[in-house]
Design a protein around this ligand. Structure first.
Ligand code: SF4
Length: 737
């Protein structure tokens, strides 16, 4: 294989200017340093940076990108990265979201590694990409339609094979909490409003080409066999969650849930899953059974139709559910819904988390349908946590106009009646276009940062939304049974129930200190939204005995890298190394694009390997597909350059080098929760302020960032081929001395 003509990459980036209805291409080669996917996205956003730019400005690019592995058939490589500025985030800082499905393989088959959209159409449009032919189609007949009708309509026009990325009414109305989705309930949060601001309803892709793979079919098959021998279930659970005759270990927390007693009850031919031995490759797709997690066994068995998932993924972590009550009782056009994670959990969070039951199943399926159809995002639960906790505390009565408050059926919310969820998600999606006063929907649909001050106190949301000067709302509540909070000045940063973990970040705790002490906390400081990082979780939730996980962690990052969950010790250099490794692998995956909900495979279900996995799989896949012989260390180095670019762009956008003081700041509840417990006591996720200062010190050193500010130094940027970034930051006095 000639290194000048590598496999993997399609070779072109497609640019679309909606203001002038123009498209053109450029070579992908200049982005190879940044691998692909997220790396392309960050570089495009760096090049396009304008001071004070907003997510919804016409000149703000939105980048949908694939990695060099996408479409190659290599295992779990079908994800798409979406990068843009994010209106949910204070300062509209850069974020990326991801969806699975089949969009990025289709884009590659059409000949493109990424599509970059700028400008603003005068009328609603959708863009049709059929290999080399790019056309701008009138979108009037899909504008205003829900996501499901949009997919149906555009598949009729662009062909049943077209892969579509679309927005729902939330995106059209520029609601910050909005998604871009592709078929099957796969969603990427925060950037729907960017599409909406461009009047871009959808991009439909038909690709008839192929991805060039350097390795022979036999070599790819051998690599597949190796991966299938060491892969587990979702989150790389490598032992089953219940005893099975072949298994030495089992663990309740493992997502390897397929086993005896699990059935797919509404399949056309109902399936008894039975035992799922680790070496039965035909049953890899039965292991995960996420329905078990979201609906409980009884309800899952009744309603699970089949598993679904992304291109070239054997894990299939999506669950398609059939709930006849969706049609009969709730008058929806379908009784089927497929989703994973927040699509099912968010409505349940919003309604107060009832236990597994028909009621919960209805909330999750009906709520999931409306949320997906409207294209609403939740910033990893922020929206639903606010809805639930403000309801519990009776804050809505204080925050909403009386007429609006009275128009909402609060009794139905108390009864956890799924029939109100249609109205709820419409309020969110329609925003100011909802009939009648809709401060509730406009508040929840926006970024929380608009409605709080520096201390985290909630402002008068009506004044904010009306564009008036807003005072702090004197919210008073008594949540605890002893009334201990009564009369306390409310602020979201002290409230562990709202779960804003990082003051500068939107969204809730996402595998932070509740999973991995300081390691998780550090991960949650770096990105500008919840980090969507599962590198650590794929080890911690593997289900292996604690001693084994500790041994694996020590062999990679040093003694003391990993503590028991909720029983933490003081920070040490090994933990900082672990945190950095997690982030680098996360960025690597979103750049290649490989699923970070399964990889990296540090451990395996194979007892003969002493349960060890192979963390160099990604490099092996990269080498096989591109033909460029690359080691794990070399590839990680490239991924780290993408991470450094992200940090630099965040500094540039904030015009503030002092990330320690302005960006990497945890909310107070993280330190002050559980007043009767100390940091380090068993059972608490509470962190210690001085310990976290040291954790940041150690982490900054690992990252090559200035210890005082947390900003990358010139030496670090140069090491990663980012001299041009250092020059720009230096010009603006944003480079540490
Ligand atoms: S594990 Fe789930 S998200 Fe990951 S590639 Fe497979 S189906 Fe997609």
């Amino acid at each position: 294989m000639n290194n000048n003509q590598p496999g993997g990459w399609a070779g072109k980036i497609l640019h679309i200017d909606l203001t002038n209805y123009r498209s053109w291409t450029e070579s992908t080669e200049q982005y190879h340093q940044f691998i692909g996917g997220m790396g392309i996205g960050y570089k495009v956003l760096w090049d396009a940076h304008k001071d004070g730019a907003k997510a919804t400005d016409a000149s703000t690019p939105v980048v949908l990108s694939a990695g060099p592995l996408s479409g190659s058939g290599a295992i779990c490589t079908g994800r798409t990265t979406i990068t843009s500025l994010n209106p949910v985030v204070k300062g509209h800082l850069i974020t990326d979201g991801h969806f699975g499905g089949h969009f990025s393989p289709a884009l590659k088959y059409a000949g493109y590694d990424a599509v970059v959209v700028v400008g603003q159409s005068k009328v609603p449009v959708w863009v049709r990409i059929e290999d080399d032919v790019v056309t701008f189609e009138n979108g009037n007949d899909v504008w205003g339609k829900g996501m499901f009708d949009t997919f149906k309509h555009l598949n009729e026009k662009a062909g049943a094979n077209a892969q579509i990325a679309a927005i729902g009414p939330a995106g059209e109305n520029r609601v910050p909490q909005s998604t871009i989705q592709t078929q099957g309930g796969h969603s990427a949060g925060g950037h729907g409003a960017v599409f909406g601001s461009k009047k871009l309803k959808a991009i439909a892709v038909v690709g008839t080409g192929a991805v060039k793979v350097a390795a022979s079919n036999e070599e790819m098959r051998q690599l597949d066999d190796h991966i299938l021998g060491i892969i587990g279930a979702n989150n790389n659970g490598v032992v089953p969650n219940q005893p099975q005759s072949w298994a030495e270990h089992h663990s309740k927390g493992s997502r390897w849930r397929g086993g005896p007693g699990v059935t797919w009850g509404t399949s056309d031919n109902p399936i008894e899953v039975g035992e799922t031995p680790w070496n039965d490759k035909q049953k890899v797709g039965f292991r995960t059974s996420m329905a078990e997690m979201y609906f409980g066994r009884e309800e899952a068995n009744k309603h699970m139709k089949r598993a679904g998932g992304c291109h070239s993924c054997p894990i299939r972590c999506f669950c398609e559910m059939k709930n006849p009550r969706m049609k009969k009782k709730y008058k929806l056009p379908t009784e089927h819904i497929t989703n994973v994670c927040l699509g099912f959990l968010d409505p349940w969070y919003a309604m107060g988390k009832p236990k597994h039951s028909e009621k919960r199943t209805d909330i999750q399926t009906v709520g999931g349908y409306h949320m997906d159809d409207m294209g609403v995002w939740s910033a990893y639960g922020q929206l639903s946590h606010l809805m639930r906790e403000f309801s519990k505390r009776d804050f809505w009565k204080q925050l909403l106009p009386a007429a609006e408050y009275q128009a909402i059926d609060w009794q139905a919310w108390k009864d956890q009646d799924a029939s109100v969820l249609g109205d709820f998600y419409q309020r969110l999606a329609l925003g100011a276009n909802y009939q009648g006063s809709n401060y509730l929907g406009r508040f929840l649909g926006a970024g929380l940062h608009n409605f709080i001050n520096e201390k985290g106190q909630v402002l008068d949301i009506q004044a904010v939304l009306d564009g008036r000067d807003a005072a702090v709302m004197p919210l008073v509540y008594a949540l605890e049974s002893d009334g201990s909070h009564k009369g306390h000045e409310y602020n979201v940063f002290t409230d562990s129930h709202i779960k804003v973990f990082n003051r500068s970040m939107v969204g809730g705790v996402h595998h932070a200190s509740e999973s991995a002490g300081q390691v998780g906390a550090l991960l949650n400081t770096v990105f500008n939204r919840d980090p969507q990082c599962h590198s650590h979780i794929n080890l911690i939730n593997s289900g292996l005995p604690h001693a084994k996980i500790q041994e694996v962690a020590a062999s990679h990052w040093g003694e003391g890298a990993f503590d028991k969950v909720k029983h933490y010790t003081a920070v040490n250099p090994a933990k900082a190394k672990f945190a950095k490794w997690c982030l680098v692998k996360n960025v690597l995956h979103d750049s290649l694009t490989v699923c970070n909900w399964v990889f990296p495979l540090l451990v395996s279900p194979d007892k003969n390997r002493s349960y060890l996995g192979d963390s160099s799989i990604e490099a092996q896949m990269f080498t096989a597909v591109t033909g460029i012989s690359t080691s794990e260390q070399e590839l990680d180095h490239q991924a780290e350059s993408v991470l450094q670019l992200h940090r630099a762009l965040t500094i540039l956008q904030m015009n503030n080098m002092d990330q320690r003081a302005s960006h990497d700041v945890l909310a107070d509840w993280v330190y002050d929760m559980d007043p009767t417990k100390q940091f380090g006591d068993e059972g608490t996720i509470k962190m210690d302020r001085a310990d976290m200062v040291e954790a940041l010190d150690l982490f900054y050193v690992e990252m090559g960032w200035d210890k005082k500010t947390g900003a990358p130094t010139r030496a670090t940027l140069t090491k990663f081929g980012l001299g041009f970034v250092a020059d720009e930051l230096a010009k603006r006095n944003l480079l540490p001395a």
